[in-house]
Design a protein around this ligand. Structure first.
Ligand SMILES: [Zn+2]
Ligand SMILES: [Zn+2]
Length: 140
């Protein structure tokens, strides 16, 4: 998975910096969505001059390049998750409310409509919340 993100970064014209490598590694290790502060705290011991605004800027650049997706959660913080879509097609994310795992699903025909009840559809955002297979099994 790691090389998939590095290749995608190159393809999207983002420079592969040690900081961006570290961000990808951290997301892969955690296998969950994370907020900017958590990412920043994990990188601080290694990149002492990497400030919170810098981390935020990098996360946004990586989001725009399609490596990360922004997750909507109740509360004010901004969360990001790794987007593992290989084909680059339009798709959506499903979030495990228990462990934060990020899954994906493709867009249904309904949301591909260009016109709904006389409205011209110009875009949409859709995120499903649920339980991932391992959290669903967990009876404790
Ligand atoms: Zn995705
Ligand atoms: Zn889960």
């Amino acid at each position: 998975m790691y090389s998939f993100y590095i290749n995608k970064m190159k393809k999207e014209g983002l420079k592969v910096t040690p900081r961006r490598r570290a961000i990808i590694e951290f997301f892969l290790k955690k296998d969950s969505y994370l907020d900017t502060e958590t990412v920043w705290k994990s990188l601080k011991p290694v990149f002492s001059r990497f400030g919170l605004p810098g981390v935020y800027r990098n996360l946004e650049q990586m989001r725009k390049a399609g490596l990360l997706t922004r997750i909507q959660v109740a509360g004010r913080r901004r969360y990001y998750g790794l987007c593992s879509n290989h084909k680059g097609e339009h798709h959506h994310h499903i979030i495990c409310v228990k462990c934060g795992k990020v899954g994906e699903y493709s867009c249904s025909d309904f949301f591909k409509k260009k016109q709904i009840n006389g409205f011209k559809v110009t875009g949409h955002f859709l995120q499903l919340n649920g339980l991932c297979p391992s959290c669903k099994e967990d009876k404790s």
